[in-house]
Design a protein around this ligand. Sequence first.
Ligand code: 6LW
Length: 508
Amino acid sequence: MTLFNVKPARRIASGFHPDPTICEKPEGGYLMVNSSFEYFPGLPVFESEDGEHWAKIGAAMDRASQFPYETMSNNQGIYAPTLRWHDGTYYLIVTNVNTGNMILTSTDPRAGWSEPIWVEGWPGIDPSLFFDDDGKAYICGNEGGGEDEPAGIYLSEIDAASGTVLTERRRICAGITGSNPEGPHLYKRGGTYYLMWAEGGTESGHMENIARADDPYGPYEMYPGNPLITNRSTHLTLQAIGHCDCAHFEDECTLMVFHGTRNNDEYPAQGWIGREPYAVWFNWKDGWPDLADQSYDCALVGDGGSLEQAVAWVTPAIDAEQRYLVESSNATDGSATIAVRAREQDFGLAHGAPLIGTRQTDVRFAFQATLADPKSLETGRAGVVVYANSAHHLTIAAHAANDGVVTVEARVHNAGLSTTVGMASLPAAPMLTLIVRGDERGYYFEARSADCDTSVPLGFAPGKVLSFSNAGGFTGVLLGVYAHGGGEVAFHDVTYRAGASGPSAQSR
Ligand code: 6LW
């Protein structure tokens, strides 16, 4: 057998970018889009020339008319998109779990995407489009199971331009285990239809399966080697792999993307920086993907400089009041100046947690923000936050005390229990820098006043507090700034450095 360009799987973006979908660009190269949940701008778009090196080029959902939410709970919003190119147009079909399924279109993804085209009469999540060569288009997706419809993968014909579902939904697959068949994609190769779908839940039981049929509605013949991929029941660092999508499906060498979490068994914690996308090339054997010799793993920490991505700032839901203004951003080192207008709400409320942040993209990192004038905090608290969700996050809060002193306090917020891990009083001189560093164990907090040469250590929080297994949900970790109370504060030199060397000597 001839082997074409098969290479081991590699991470193609860092930080939480789950549910990857890819398609080939007509001029060559690829685009990828990922789920974004409650965060805005949503639906990050990446581009690649070779399928291995990817760069973020924007976000498909960049205005309120596409995502009109000023409050939104954790893990709501935008789920599992599918991107396809057909006849001069990119179609991005996606679920907003708060409203339903929709299609965004674009003829130039760098220039932006359309208003939502709503798909009426198509319940469930993880919608996908397939354009057949006879001119028909299909929508498939999954339904969790209820009184009306059993769980499984459903299919109908659709007019993709108008979003009109043309035929009755038919269940075409129930999965192989009965546990969460989802994220389906339909393809065609040599006249045969192939259905791929994830199963087992997106946690440690995750897997991907494949089946084939002569007709899009089946009956489907299951691949005898299913699951096509899984790391279930292993101790590999890379866990929870699945939710695949492919390009070059009809070629000898097919590009497949999937997501997985970096696991830390030593401490033990599953995937606190979230589900990240990977890519692998495979060949075919006897009409099935040949992945028998492939294994999927990764290092817990970093994997070289090739994954550098621009720092992208997001807020939970739309920042309609413009409480967060990224006033300037330094293209060379990624540092930003961010003005924050405080509001009374704190992180304990599920809706629209007040913060602006960027994804944690490596286990080792340093994130810092300098409060230009700590005295402006007389009516509130401001600081940095390491945020998984409203019930699981870490804060370093600064607030003005009496007599020209600022108090800084590092706290762990874990499922309703809030614990102080470090506290210090510093002179209320201009320029108070709050620092959080990450490593394989977790997060280390520090503060440094411009008057002092050294940082004051403020304790440590184990990463497992924010891990998938403790915090739950579908997202990873954001590193951000916030202000509660009244007034307005400015953060200077808000800087994120991935791969920076763990805790400083003082905070160990
Ligand atoms: C996604 C679905 C899933 O829509 O997680 O657990 C959802 N399964 O496939 C969010 O990523």
